[in-house]
Design a protein. Structure first.
Length: 481
């Protein structure tokens, strides 16, 4: 059988070794006990996410306030996503080859080491970090980036723990709960980052981040997950199993299509990555901007709760693409005028739609991919999707700084944009958001009308209707969830 792009999937010649039914045994404990463990893992990962996001947001705010240059924030944001893309396959390979809790603990240790190193660098060279030409500034940023990127290893492992601990018919809800926790983390860190930079400075912010990472590590060391008896037998090789990742994706017809669809959100996100903070910091003080982020993050929480309660419907792919259409519409509307209420409302709705996009992809992968390959599939998807945002960020940040923003601020540009976008200091950035939003709407609408979408949707419905072989007591293969 060919997949929906005309590529013949690699036969799953390793089906029996990958099954390894002794590796995971969900019958060891009843569902409520498993869900309690999952809740602990989720909260711990949420605390780690709070820490890395707290420092990451603070770094972005701090660099822009030091340099007043959107190229700097675009480079930092793009570099973060580029590192995510470059490391995701390696992280997925590690997740497939090792116990998930061991992987999470290793990630926490590396993050702690990076943040301690960043604190040392700041003490040594903080006074010299005043412009883009200072090497201390970029060394400091890179070390923090590395500590934050390693957090993605925990996120990949978390996605596989859903497969291990949660029954198949509740996984969409569990993924919604993940979105809710991410929303809470985003709200807390958005508020704390702005206040922290405004009142504590970067040095105090680093001390807080180191303490939170250490706290999460201590809690993680106390957790146990007896359902994962041993690492599942896997065909993963080396530390960067790109060939195995591609084989795992090709082995499920239509899976690459799903990954491609999910990149639509990241294309729009690249523009936000580079330009949202500069736009917000032109409108608000850093303390208020952090508070705005916290308020709008309640949309993320609400969206996650909604998915956790009602799921994603019979066709998660359709839900994903409709949400992306909505995100594109937000990009068109939320900066048409430099009105704080419009800007805040737009970000809130965007946040509310995000959990459905993320949960849709995860739910499908957890259903159709064997556990022994899920780490690499999630890693491949993360690499593919994360690579879209740096392209947009690296393209838009210099374009905005060197041409669009100066033109929009000049008499000709202001006169040209006024009928559509009004007047204001950030009309050039607003123009970029409008154009990228239109492109996102068009791309998602075309995907909804495509034959590929119809075939992938039909394939998922067929798989979802199949009997569940993973229920305790059925004698089925717990890896085939």
């Amino acid at each position: 059988m060919s997949d929906h792009f005309g590529v013949t999937p690699t036969p799953d010649v390793t089906a029996e070794p990958l099954a390894d039914p002794a590796a995971v045994n969900r019958a060891i404990r009843p569902a409520p006990a498993r869900m309690r463990t999952f809740t602990h893992v989720l909260i711990n990962t949420g605390l780690a996410g709070i820490t890395t996001s707290y420092l990451w947001f603070a770094l972005t705010f701090w660099i822009y306030l030091r340099t007043r240059n959107v190229i700097a924030t675009g480079v930092v944001g793009g570099a973060f996503m580029l590192l995510m893309a470059a490391t995701s396959i390696s992280f997925g390979t590690l997740v497939d080859r090792h116990l998930k809790l061991v992987v999470m603990r290793a990630s926490a240790l590396v993050t702690l080491g990076c943040f301690l190193a960043a604190l040392l660098i700041y003490r040594l060279g903080g006074a010299a970090m005043t412009s883009m030409t200072q090497p201390w500034l970029w060394l400091f940023a890179v070390v923090i980036l590395l500590g934050a990127v390693v957090e993605n290893l925990r996120n990949i492992a978390l996605a596989t723990t859903v497969t291990i601990l949660v029954d198949p018919d509740r996984r969409a809800n569990a993924n919604g709960a993940v979105g809710t926790v991410q929303g809470v983390a985003f709200m807390v860190t958005s508020l704390l980052s702005g206040l922290s930079i405004g009142f504590l400075g970067m040095g105090g912010t680093l001390v807080v981040a180191v303490g939170l990472v250490a706290l999460a590590l201590v809690h993680l060391l106390a957790l146990r997950m007896p359902e994962e008896v041993r690492p599942a037998a896997t065909d993963a090789t080396g530390h960067f199993d790109l060939r195995g990742s591609i084989r795992a994706v090709r082995g499920v017809p239509g899976l690459f299509s799903l990954i491609l669809f999910s990149t639509f959100n990241n294309l729009l996100g690249g523009g936000y990555l580079a330009l949202l903070d500069p736009y917000g910091l032109e409108m608000f003080s850093v303390q208020v901007w952090g508070t705005v982020y916290a308020v709008t993050a309640t949309g993320f929480i609400g969206g996650g709760i909604l998915v956790a309660r009602v799921g994603l419907g019979p066709n998660p792919l359709r839900t994903m693409l409709l949400a992306v259409v909505g995100m594109g519409l937000i990009g068109v509307l939320f900066t048409l005028r430099e009105w704080p209420w419009l800007f805040i409302a737009g970000i809130w709705v965007y946040m509310m739609l995000t959990p459905a996009v993320e949960a849709a992809e995860q739910t499908v992968i957890q259903r159709v991919v064997p556990l022994a390959r899920q780490g690499r599939v999630f890693g491949f998807a993360g690499a593919f999707e994360a690579s879209a945002a740096p392209i947009t960020a690296f393209l838009l940040a210099p374009l905005a700084q060197l041409w669009i923003i100066p033109w929009a601020a000049g008499p000709e540009g202001a006169r040209t944009l006024a009928p559509l976008l009004g007047y204001g200091a950030a009309r050039g950035i607003a123009l970029i958001f409008l154009v990228t939003g239109l492109l996102m709407m068009l791309a998602a609408a075309l995907a909804l009308l495509s034959p590929v979408y119809r075939r992938v949707s039909a394939a998922y419905r067929e798989l979802a209707a199949a009997p569940d072989p993973t229920a305790p007591g059925t004698g089925g293969d717990p890896q085939r969830a």
